[in-house]
Ligand binder design. Structure first.
Ligand code: GLC
Length: 566
């Protein structure tokens, strides 16, 4: 697409590159140190220049910001921190004029405890209709002093908080799979379902191109809310199902967490599918569903449900050729079986940035963050090499890719954040045992010589930016051969020119166990995950994540070549 017109009826999302904007940390137009919608609008031409097709905006709705905006207190308004509904209109119009589509976040598993609905539930008391909209239960024990079950919050600690009745005595408990400021809805309530249909329509009426659905594997809980102890190796967001072989797992233990991936969620998405289908254009639902294996996750993108699901199995795959080949095959098969495109993703606002993650030598610390005391901190140069190579592989794959702001600059995780600056509830709920996600949320650098590296019109940035990021600022990379930014731009141009996103994967053997090589139409991709260099096959080199020595691809590098007919 050349730019200014958005074509409809094309199922654009099947091949799109979607760029995640984290509004708090993208660009700050009013100088308060917190990113905002006007800041985003002003920077959109630079995203056009990068070559993306759509943006996904993390929440900018009214919120006490206890979980960085994933605690929504009004789903149909903009938090003054980020601007106004008019600012949103401007942002969307600017994006659409540039040929960029706009996806917004929706957070249906829970609201903020400050939401009027929850406040009304507290006020109305046990047994009321208002309470039936959330997950309130009486406690166990003689006086209800024990939580209703043993569930733990994803952010650490109990998943239940006890309320206090109007006369000051302890009352019922409410469920919060996340922070205590994020009470879970009860999706058995038709009233809740109707409210969310209305929220979807509110944004669809304003012209959004779709929704990224937060915790799309949550929402429905197993009847009776049975006790559950998650497997030691599973992520707290779900993923690995409990293995019957694990110590402590008995015949009675449910193998899937009773709060994740319950069958009832699919009915909700079939309903939402219909809501979107009533609007012109190709509006899209993208699931954040941490479900293993991929064949299960693919249920979220059956033809009458959502359109895309984030491929977290791919994100969690180490930089290893055999593992990558396996997950790529599995993804194409699982999503292909239901007629959906695969997605690919390496970073987002919840995980350690891949420029650090891919060179971590310690245990798997995905969702828990890294910080100064983490064992096995990455070698930054190696991390960046691997990140460039991994991104070059990802952007060659058929399907849709998600980018997270700053990865096109090769930003690493900010490891040395001072304790007092941290905001992630995970940090507080685990007494600093888990660093949480602040390290991937630091405001991004635009101009090396400006205060706050051009993130803000002022000097402040809500999380401090590492001094070394001056060298990674966009203006230091723009037009500079060999920079990470130019690699991304070039990859996105070639991806379009060679229709890679609608192509296929044909593996090529013969490069040894540390290389994943394949052919996608007229392009051959060689990803070398080992340290030793490999000889490239015949064909003009189109792109390389590292400088080549003759026709030799160094270790931890990826190259694209024009395929030569055998
Ligand atoms: C999702 C969001 C994450 C948030 C959580 C609770 O996982 O991506 O940032 O903390 O949901 O809403």
């Amino acid at each position: 697409m050349t730019g200014t017109e958005l074509t409809h009826g094309t199922e654009w999302w099947r091949t799109a590159v979607i760029y995640q904007i984290y509004p708090r940390s993208f660009a700050d137009a009013n100088g308060d140190g917190m990113g905002d919608l006007a800041g985003i609008s002003a920077r959109l031409p630079q995203l056009k220049d990068l070559g993306i097709d759509a943006i996904w905006l993390s929440p900018f709705y009214t919120s006490p910001q206890r979980d960085a905006g994933y605690d929504v207190s009004d789903y149909c308004d903009v938090d003054p921190l980020f601007g106004t509904l008019d600012d949103f209109e401007v942002l969307q119009r600017t994006a659409h004029d540039l040929g960029i589509r706009v996806i917004v976040d929706i957070v249906p598993n829970h609201s903020s405890s400050a939401h009027g609905w929850f406040q009304a539930a507290l006020a109305a008391g046990p047994g009321s209709d208002e309470r039936a909209r959330y997950t309130f239960r009486d406690g166990k024990g003689q006086n209800g002093e024990l939580p209703p079950n043993n569930w733990e919050s994803v952010f650490g600690g109990l998943a239940w908080t006890r309320t206090t009745d109007s006369d000051g005595t302890p009352g019922q408990w409410y469920l919060h799979l996340f922070d205590s400021s994020q009470p879970d809805f009860d999706w058995d309530s038709e009233w809740v379902r109707e409210q969310f249909r209305a929220v979807l329509r509110f944004w669809l009426d304003r012209g959004v191109d779709g929704f990224r659905v937060d915790v799309a594997h949550g929402m429905i809980k197993a009847p009776g809310l049975p006790d559950y102890t998650p497997p030691a190796e599973g992520g707290s967001m779900g993923g690995a199902p409990a293995s019957a072989l694990e110590p402590g797992i008995t015949a009675e233990t449910p193998l899937t967490a009773p709060y994740w991936a319950q069958d009832g969620v699919h009915e909700i998405y079939r309903d939402w599918h219909k809501v979107l289908a009533a609007y012109p254009g190709d509006r899209v639902l993208a699931a954040e569903a941490w479900v293993d294996p991929l064949s299960q996750m693919a249920k979220w993108v059956r033809p009458d449900e959502m359109h895309q699901a984030f491929n977290f199995a791919y994100l969690e795959t180490p930089w290893n050729a055999a593992r990558l080949k396996a997950v790529i095959d599995e993804s194409l098969e699982a999503f292909g079986n239901v007629g959906a495109p695969s997605t690919w993703v390496l970073s987002n606002h919840d995980v350690v940035r891949h420029a650090s993650r891919l060179a971590l030598t310690g245990e798997n610390l995905q969702g828990h963050g890294i910080g100064p005391k983490t064992v096995g901190l990455p070698d930054t140069a190696l991390g960046l090499r691997r990140a460039k190579a991994a991104s070059a592989l990802m952007l060659s794959l058929p399907g849709s890719s998600y980018l997270y702001q700053g990865e096109e600059l090769g930003l690493p995780e900010a490891v040395d954040l001072p304790d007092h600056a941290r905001e992630d509830p995970t940090w507080f709920r685990t007494n600093g045992e888990r660093y949480g996600r602040d390290g991937c949320r630091v405001p991004i650098p635009w101009e090396a010589a400006s205060e706050s590296f051009g993130f803000s019109t002022g000097a402040k940035s809500w999380l401090p930016q590492p001094a070394e990021w001056a060298g990674l600022a966009r203006d230091q990379q723009d037009g500079v051969a060999g920079s990470t930014l130019e690699l991304y731009k070039h990859a996105l141009t070639l991806r379009r020119e060679h229709s890679l996103a609608s192509g296929t994967v044909e593996w090529i053997d013969g490069f040894g166990p540390e290389v994943a090589a394949y052919r996608n139409g007229d392009v051959t991709v060689v990803a070398n995950t080992g340290a030793a260099s490999v000889q490239l096959p015949a064909g003009d080199v189109l792109l390389s994540s590292e400088e080549l020595v003759g026709r030799t691809l160094p270790g931890d590098a990826t190259a694209w070549l024009r395929s030569v007919e055998a």
